[in-house]
Design a protein around this ligand. Structure first.
Ligand SMILES: Cc1cc2nc3c(=O)[nH]c(=O)nc-3n(C[C@H](O)[C@H](O)[C@H](O)COP(=O)(O)OP(=O)(O)OC[C@H]3O[C@@H](n4cnc5c(N)ncnc54)[C@H](O)[C@@H]3O)c2cc1C
Length: 390
């Protein structure tokens, strides 16, 4: 057996952000909405950078909040730690989404593009590559400190950080890291790369089994290796693997990786099962062992929101947290009957924004005007008809 050293568990996320994501950044840059997130500038005693709403997290909940906040005429900023918007959906860019209301089956990367386009309708300020570290309060104003040392000021905050900053749990095996440039993967950025290949998928939860199912359409062969007695993913997905005769090796795990003669890629995976070891030839290896959650966002002692499981913000109704002026949307907010799906993020976002509006202006309407009666869309509707009706 080969000598073991510990593979790095935190990965430089460069391989998570392929060309289509770069395109999103370019589009945003072209329309001139990414501002250099600067320190506040005070002019005549007025803070030029005071926002009505600052949304922390640019995933689906944050993006829809930005749209809705613009609809309610609030000066809006999104702060996102990654170099791109879209949140967790960027983990599964090729997946086809079937379960978002009003949307025919759509690839996740297209869904992200749609979300971003919609979020930019009212030109919010967007700060990318910016990790929010601490929220404090000075008088009535929230002060948002970031990893770059920059400080942002806001009347209200919508926390939309999902499950935190996610880093895939790496394979802790000798030399594993060097294969990441070749055929060791932690997610799938494009299915075509696996056409005609034999792929070993390690893991048995939803992430692993969903990918194994997707791979069936292109791969020559898929093998699933899992350490537990049963796969723990949704039954219907597990059934699909069985129907396709996928080899599922249970109570087994990857023991070591053997490289080709050039030492550039993995050629064989050594599996251990019930005290025995045996090799499996592979073209590619996909590791789906879950994610480490980095929780970087904290609140000052005097504005500690009520949490569940030391993380989730507990809604006090209508996506309000226990701290007046701080709202939550998406996976981070917890309440009974919560739907932790994309569709649930939209409802949360609307509630959070409407309540932020009323926090700033208690006389404001509780709800935004619907599209059909909303003057904000008059001009935009005309542009839309010009473009689409010939
Ligand atoms: C593999 C997989 C498949 C899925 N498939 C489906 C599906 O088919 N249908 C469905 O409806 N749902 C699906 N989901 C669930 C769906 O993706 C989530 O419910 C949704 O992304 C939640 O959106 P969000 O905006 O709340 O959080 P996220 O998408 O997690 O976005 C949160 C954002 O906040 C950022 N952030 C975190 N901390 C900070 C910080 N301190 N400072 C700045 N930014 C920060 C993160 O970088 C991230 O961009 C799937 C999830 C996974 C993991």
């Amino acid at each position: 057996m080969r000598s073991h050293d510990i593979a790095e568990t935190v990965k430089e996320n460069t391989d998570y952000f392929p060309i289509f994501l770069l395109k999103i950044i370019i589009i945003i840059t072209i329309i001139g909405i990414i501002e250099k997130c600067s320190h506040s500038v005070f002019v005549g005693g007025y803070d030029m950078n005071l926002y009505d709403v600052t949304i922390i997290g640019g995933g689906p909940a944050g993006l829809y909040s930005a749209f809705y906040s613009g609809l309610r005429s609030m000066k809006t900023k999104i702060i996102e730690v990654q170099p791109v918007l879209g949140g967790k959906v960027n983990i599964y860019p090729e997946k086809i989404l079937w379960d978002v209301g009003g949307l025919p089956p759509t690839q996740a990367q297209q869904f992200v593009q749609n979300l971003v386009d919609q979020a930019m309708t009212f030109l919010p300020t967007v700060c990318l590559n910016t990790k929010v570290e601490e929220i404090t309060k000075q008088g009535e104003i929230f002060v948002i400190s970031t990893d770059s040392g920059e400080v942002h000021y806001s009347k209200t905050i919508i926390v939309a950080v999902g499950g935190g900053i996610l880093n895939p749990i790496k394979l802790e095996l000798a030399g594993a890291k060097k294969y990441e440039m070749a055929n060791l993967h932690y997610t799938i950025l494009g299915l075509q790369r696996f056409r005609g290949k034999k792929v070993l998928v390690s893991g048995g939860g939803n992430g692993a089994v969903d990918w194994a199912v997707e791979l069936l359409s292109v791969a020559k062969e898929v093998v699933v290796v899992y350490r537990k007695e049963q796969l723990t993913a949704h039954e219907s997905q597990v059934e699909k693997l069985k129907e396709h005769g996928v080899e599922i090796i249970l109570q087994a795990e990857i023991q070591s990786l053997l490289s080709n003669s050039h030492k550039t890629a993995i050629e064989q995976v050594i599996i251990s099962q019930n005290g025995e070891e045996y090799p499996i030839d592979v073209d590619d290896v996909l590791i789906c062992h879950g994610y480490n959650r980095e929780v970087s966002l904290s609140f000052a002692d005097d504005i500690q929101p009520v949490r569940k499981d030391d993380y989730y913000l507990v809604s006090q109704g209508q996506c309000k947290t226990s701290i007046p002026g701080v709202f939550g949307a998406g996976d981070v907010i917890s309440y009974d009957d919560k739907v932790n799906l994309l569709l649930g993020t939209f409802q949360d976002a609307a509630l959070a924004v409407n309540n932020a509006k009323m926090y700033i202006d208690p006389k404001a309407d509780q709800y935004a005007m619907v599209s059909s009666h909303n003057d904000k869309f008059k001009e935009k509707n005309q542009e839309f008809f010009k473009k689409t009706i010939r």
